[in-house]
Design a protein around this ligand. Structure first.
Ligand SMILES: [Zn+2]
Length: 475
């Protein structure tokens, strides 16, 4: 008996030792900031953003034709507002509406970088208009904010890029490496005619960049429990996107004599089966980087958990949503209250974790639901993007710039659940990152694609400052 107690105690001591060793070995991954000169940004930048918002460059649907007046008007506005950019950079229009600016570098041996944004915005849900502080396309400037569709997603970053390049040109700055500014026009409907075509154009020209930077990462304010500092989420990859339609076809019948297997009941069961058999949580790249970068900044007990994924990963992975998610989004079936329908259909949307594929998710759906149910892919589908590394020069410069412009924030690389135009650029770029310093808190999260989208003047200046220093640092 005594022997058993002693050996149990020994095991506990060894486990505690491993836990503590790993916890103390997990040290901060943050690089030292460099002191930067504070930029003097004139108030006119707010008027410029306000005017950009007034062009209704809306993407309604994949098949809808872009509003040429709005897009051409926006292009002319850019030309009028940023004369130095239009004098010194070449501009290629791709598919009429997408813009590709090229700022030739002085050193042809250096790989270029690509800075992205998109011109289009999502429509405004008419019944929510009354909940806006000002008209979504009015471009109202208050004491503290610029209000309107696109201020956060994504004309804010587009305009910030243009402002910083214009400013650099006014200071006679010449980049040593070539810089491309790539502004698609249909990101909100998947980017097939904009960003995809820009990437194809670059590929055809044999251009290969060191780094591409796009939206899809933020400055998260009090979003991560345990970290008081703001967190710069630099996303290295994005999940894939796929929807599958479940179709149940039966002979139907009269509701007074229901068959044992009713069309709608079968469909409901299939949905329940999928929800009860979720795809597993996995510690894959880039989530492993998130464990290290985030874990090191956490208070002791949480840090202990992050430092010891072998014991605690399942809870953390759930918190990070690190699996392929399952979301029923559409259900249809039935026409009359006394008729059993012959057809019922449901659409289930999946956001696919890196390492899995559209095909493997389809397989999972087929294996999970009854084989009497037909499974068909529906609408837009894309596999998860590749995962960019954190050892590249591009990442080092990006992280250094973030830490220097915002010395109080911590950088955390990660994975984004939503899609961006950036996924098309892995083919023409060594690494692809998603980050602009848009400040997001628990309340402002809903403004993306939602009601009362607005950006604070302070934050807008920060984005200009960041893009300005980033371009300088790459040279
Ligand atoms: Zn966007």
């Amino acid at each position: 008996m005594k022997k058993i107690i002693i050996s149990l105690l020994a095991i506990l001591i060894v486990i505690a030792g491993i836990l503590l060793f790993n916890t103390f070995s997990l040290t901060s991954k943050q690089v030292a900031p460099e002191s930067l000169e504070k930029l003097n940004i004139p108030e006119t930048v707010f008027q410029n953003l306000s005017r950009a918002i007034q062009y209704r460059t809306i993407s309604f649907s994949e098949d809808a034709i872009p509003d040429s007046t709005a897009f051409h008007g926006f292009h002319q506005f850019l030309a009028d507002t940023f004369p130095l950019v239009h004098e010194n950079l070449s501009l290629e229009k791709i598919n009429e509406y997408s813009l590709l600016y090229k700022w030739e570098g002085s050193d042809a041996s250096k790989k270029p970088i690509i800075l992205m944004s998109h011109q289009d915005v999502v429509p405004v849900d008419q019944p929510t208009l009354k909940d806006w502080e000002a008209g979504p396309f009015e471009g109202k400037i208050t004491d503290t904010h610029i209000i309107g569709r696109g201020t956060l997603d994504d004309k804010g970053s587009l305009m910030a890029l243009m402002e910083s390049v214009e400013k650099l040109l006014s200071e006679s700055f010449t980049p040593s490496r070539t810089i491309y500014l790539a502004f698609g026009h249909d990101e909100e409907v998947g980017g097939p005619k904009g960003a995809a075509k820009i990437a194809a154009y670059l590929k055809e020209k044999g251009i290969h960049a060191a780094m591409t930077l796009d939206e899809g990462g933020f400055l998260a304010e009090s979003m991560i429990p345990g970290i008081e500092k703001d967190v710069a989420m630099v996303n290295l990859a994005e999940k894939g996107f796929a929807s599958f339609r479940l179709i149940v076809e039966t002979r139907g019948g009269h509701s007074s004599a229901p068959p044992r297997e009713n069309t709608i009941g079968m469909l409901a069961q299939a949905i329940v089966d999928l929800e009860n058999n979720q795809l597993p949580y996995k510690l894959v790249e880039p989530i492993n980087y998130q464990f290290k970068y985030m874990g090191a900044e956490l208070p002791f007990l949480k840090k202990l958990a992050f430092a010891n994924p072998w014991l605690f990963k399942s809870t953390i992975l759930k918190g990070l949503n690190a699996h392929t998610t399952t979301a029923p989004t559409i259900i249809e079936g039935g026409v009359k209250n006394n008729v059993i329908p012959t057809v019922a259909e449901a659409t289930i949307n999946f956001r696919i974790l890196p390492g899995e594929t559209i095909e493997s998710v389809k397989q999972h759906v087929e294996n999970t639901v009854s084989d009497k149910i037909k499974v068909e892919a529906a609408g837009f589908l894309t596999n998860p993007s590749p995962v960019s590394g954190i050892d590249s020069e591009g990442f080092r410069i990006l992280e250094k710039t973030i830490r220097s412009v915002f010395p109080e924030v911590v950088v955390v690389p990660g994975l984004i659940g939503g899609g961006t135009d950036a996924r098309y650029f892995y083919d023409v770029s060594d690494d692809v990152y998603r980050f602009y310093p848009i400040r997001l808190g628990p309340e402002s999260m809903s403004m993306f694609h939602g009601i009362d989208e607005k950006i604070s003047k302070e934050n807008y200046k920060e984005i200009i400052e960041f893009t300005y220093h980033l371009i300088r640092k790459f040279n």
